[in-house]
Design a protein around this ligand. Structure first.
Ligand code: NAP
Length: 304
């Protein structure tokens, strides 16, 4: 297959940390342009205006949106209407109905829409899913504790409406949970801690059916924790390091070799090649439910 030309929109933390290196290392992809309000990637043409990119570069068939969720819908809509295939960073939108609209637009345009969940590509996730298949889940525990100042330095959008707060990392755990469980669960109870004066939570405790619990904390300094354990009547699976290490009944299991973002671009190449889309909104549905059902506590103000 010839290289597919991709344009990255939004040259920020995740574009620089993950997307650019993944595209550079892939035999399937060529970074043909970026759209950025003030940044650039060395040696790659930069457009300041997305409309100009769409009109001047019909050769670029894929748009990879690396923006925060709040502005993403308008870019995705334009790209799909211009007949381009689209990759969405997680979470795929600010709301579920935004993404339903994008699905409809992609179908009308006959192009691929890929709502990526990078944590689903964690090296232990497929193994956990295979182990849990057909088993009866008796309980589970998700512990996702990280330092927002380290991972989102100065990113005020995470505390603005639509930014999800601590569910921005928490949705990664939910993308794994919804991938590996043999039967779905639903939110039964949630408690959300909002820093005084902020619009999104900085910590949360969520309970799901089948005895699954989730604890999210965005103020953890020192060692960071992205762990998940799922218990069944026939043994337990433990995922560590955000899905990248799998232990079954105390034994570490062999891991997949490919890293998360190269795996996402390989999947996108396959989807485009086969004329398919991949949009699973179940992780965002759980977040919406936790926000709908959650009891709200006001906690100490937060500043970066
Ligand atoms: P970021 O660095 O704050 O923003 C990404 C870029 O989006 C910015 O540099 C800017 O690019 C553009 N942008 C920001 N606000 C905009 C606006 N209002 N209108 C138009 N463009 C805007 O965010 P990030 O950490 O890369 O996160 C982006 C997405 O990736 C989020 O959905 C996040 O959940 C996901 N993600 C982040 C991480 C992480 O470790 N940070 C990990 C995995 C996934 P220009 O200046 O080039 O225009």
């Amino acid at each position: 297959m010839a290289n597919r030309k991709v344009c990255i929109v939004g040259v920020g933390k995740i574009a620089v940390d993950q997307h650019v290196p993944a595209i550079d290392a892939s035999p399937d992809w060529e970074l043909a342009a970026t759209v950025s309000r003030k940044g650039s990637v060395e040696g790659i043409p930069t457009f300041r205006d997305f409309d100009v990119l769409l009109s001047e570069r019909p050769d670029i068939e894929v748009i990879s949106l690396c923006l925060p969720p709040q502005p993403r819908f308008q870019y995705a809509r334009k790209a799909l209407k211009a007949g381009r295939h689209v990759m969405l960073e997680k979470p795929p939108g600010q709301t579920l109905s935004e993404v339903h609209d994008l699905q409809r637009l992609a179908e009308e345009a006959g192009v691929t829409l890929f709502a990526t969940w990078h944590s689903r590509m964690g090296k232990g996730v497929a193994g956990a899913k295979a182990f849990l298949a057909g088993k009866e889940v008796t309980g589970g525990k998700i512990t996702w504790k990280e330092d927002v100042r380290h991972w989102h330095p100065g990113q005020e959008w995470v505390f603005e409406p639509g930014g999800l707060g601590v569910f921005d990392p928490g949705i990664n755990a939910l993308s794994i949970l919804t991938e590996i469980l043999p039967k779905p669960v639903h939110v039964t109870r949630a408690e959300l801690d909002f820093p005084d004066g902020r619009q999104t939570p900085i910590a949360a405790r969520v309970e799901f059916s089948r005895g699954v619990t989730m604890e999210l904390d965005w103020l953890q300094t020192g060692p960071q924790t992205w762990d998940m354990e799922i218990h069944t009547t026939e043994g337990s699976a433990v995922l560590k390091f955000g899905g990248n290490e799998l232990w079954i009944d105390g034994q570490q299991q062999p891991a997949a070799e490919i890293e998360e973002y190269p795996a996402l671009y390989a999947r996108m190449a396959d989807l485009v090649e086969n004329g398919r889309s991949d949009v699973d909104l179940s992780p965002l549905t759980h977040v919406a439910d936790a926000m709908t059902l959650g009891r709200r506590n006001v906690v100490a103000p937060f500043a970066f």
